[in-house]
Design a protein around this ligand. Structure first.
Ligand code: ZN
Length: 369
């Protein structure tokens, strides 16, 4: 049998370099009009009974090559459960191995969140009592930027995900958040719906998602560097969401991401914005401390360096929203690797745990608002 490698599907990304015996050599495609690449997603067929080694030859030139050590590729045979494959990284090459019981298996950087599932989510949650749906705008390829809104309270709370489309854990997080928020028996959800109006944008970058990009939209633009001045030509996705935020105001915001290098969950805030005050910052730090006290899935020791006074990058959404609205505005980062404080040797950080973290984040929001 000939091994067949294919990535011609939603969020597929791989190029076959060559096959020699049981070794399959591959490269990851760049995001369109961009140097970024790291997301991969492909299937290998015709391999029943064989053990294949896949080598990603251009891993060393990826956007965050320092994230490969300690990382393990995800593999699935049913496209529902994604397990970690034996993987290692050396000399600029990421290598992983899979023993094929059946004919075919799928491989990805992280458990994918396909656009079909996105539309199923919009249909399922949008049909629930008390939930309204709006199309905020269109992407460059013409896809809808969907927003689900629920709650009746005066505070304005925004959760938006997948500015960086390869960070698929972000949409799993939003799915978990929505499932909790519509639960009539959940006391924290009821409190949030009473005190706030919640706007959730599950996928800000559907074009990059379909195209199998790591970090950019159809024009190769990093949406999280556009928030100071989004344009219809470069970043209509950001323009649509920011305009909607201008109409509602923003009191609390969570921008959901994945991080290549740090094997833990963490928050980044808005240190360095021009209007920074200790009181404003303390509300962010207080949230992080409470979240860490609530769940072993969160910690506050590991994270990004803080910007120095006046040095915040206002093209990033978290800083822009903190400055523009005085919001408590947070970037949430989840790992592509396993979660070291509570590892799962089979699945690593996973869709299920992304959803569990969303529940803890909402429980903590209910506590602070
Ligand atoms: Zn990101």
């Amino acid at each position: 049998m000939t091994i067949d490698i294919n990535a011609a599907f939603d969020s597929g990304n791989i190029e076959l370099v060559g096959i020699s015996g049981d070794v399959v050599d591959l490269n990851i495609r760049h995001d369109a009009y961009s140097d970024f690449y790291q997301w991969f997603h492909f299937r290998a067929a015709g391999a029943q009974g064989r053990t294949l080694t896949f080598r990603i030859l251009n891993a060393g030139g990826a956007a965050y090559a320092f994230g490969w050590p300690g990382y393990r590729a995800r593999v699935s045979t049913d496209r529902r459960e994604w397990r970690m494959a034996d993987s290692d990284y050396a000399d600029g090459v990421l290598r992983f191995t899979h023993r094929f019981d059946g004919d075919i298996a799928w491989f990805a950087y992280f458990a994918p969140y396909p656009m079909e599932r996105h539309h199923d989510l919009i249909a399922r949650i949008g049909a629930c009592h008390g939930v309204s749906h709006r199309t905020l705008g269109r992407s460059l390829d013409g896809q809808p930027i969907d927003c689900l809104t629920l709650g009746t309270g005066p505070l304005s709370l925004w959760i938006y995900a997948r500015q960086h489309p390869g960070e698929s854990m972000a949409e799993w997080f939003v799915e978990g958040a929505l499932e909790k928020l519509i639960d009539p028996g959940d006391a924290a959800a009821r409190l949030l719906r009473d005190r706030a109006t919640l706007h959730l944008v599950p996928n800000m970058n559907p074009d990059g998602s379909v195209r199998g990009h790591l970090r950019t939209n159809a024009a190769g633009v990093n949406l999280n560097r556009e928030w100071h001045a989004p344009t219809p030509d470069r970043s209509p996705e950001v323009l649509a969401v920011r305009n909607a935020m201008d109409r509602t105001g923003v009191d609390w915001a969570i921008d959901v991401h994945g991080d290549e290098a740090i094997p833990a969950n963490f928050l980044a805030g808005y240190e360095g914005i021009p209007s920074w005050t200790t009181a404003h910052g303390d509300r962010f730090y207080d949230y992080g401390r409470r979240l860490a006290a609530r769940t072993p899935l969160f910690q506050t020791e590991k994270g990004y360096e803080k910007a120095r006074p006046g040095q915040a990058n206002l093209s990033m959404s978290t800083n822009q929203l903190a400055e523009r609205f005085g919001a408590v505005s947070m970037t949430l980062e989840m790992p592509f690797k396993d979660h070291d404080p509570s590892p799962d040797p089979d699945h690593g950080w996973s869709p299920e745990r992304s959803k569990a973290l969303a529940h803890a984040c909402l429980d903590t929001l209910a506590e602070v608002i």
